[in-house]
Design a protein around this ligand. Sequence first.
Ligand code: ADP
Ligand code: MG
Length: 202
Amino acid sequence: MQLEAKNIGFRYGEGPWLFRGVNIMIESGEIVGLIGPSGSGKTTLCRILSGYEAPLEGSVTLDGSAISKTAYHPVQLVFQHPEKAVNPRWKMWKVLHEGWKPDQSLLDSLGIEEEWFTRFPRELSGGELQRFCVARALGPKTKFLIADEMTTMLDAITQAQIWQAVLEKFKHSDVGTLVVSHDAALVARLCHRVIDLRYLSK
Ligand code: ADP
Ligand code: MG
């Protein structure tokens, strides 16, 4: 499968163009890095790639077709702030089982503990909550994972554990990944190739 952004451009309102003429292609199984300075539009680009925002110019397609908004989205976005990604009134079992029930092996590799399931999001640390968000994004219908500063807020050990779990899972599936980070060392370590938003935009 291919996730392709063709000639996309975006700006907020009448503001300056954040990027224009950007082309990105990610293949199944590929781990691609995206770097760029703060404010360069990385998060905006992630939202466009995962269907939360429409590009003002160009298109995003999955194997050449526009992505349907109705089904479980094959392009899953995990971003920096897990507390903004979950319903604060839902206990974790509901947050997680919203779409599907993950394998115990995935929960184990992400270090998710049984007793966390009966807690509310505010009763978990940022790292614990982010593990749930990662698990939720790795459903059987996920074809691409867009990781926007997914582990930036976490300590080095948690960061390493989460990425190890994700990479282990992807060894057995064919999910493509975009790793967005300002941490060049992390991106260099994880990715097959790296693109720099500064040089992508015309
Ligand atoms: P990055 O993730 O690379 O730091 P963002 O995509 O978050 O960049 O933001 C790019 C620029 O767009 C920033 O200058 C930011 O202030 C601006 N921006 C982001 N979201 C909005 C919004 N909803 N309305 C107006 N401007 C925005
Ligand atoms: Mg960002």
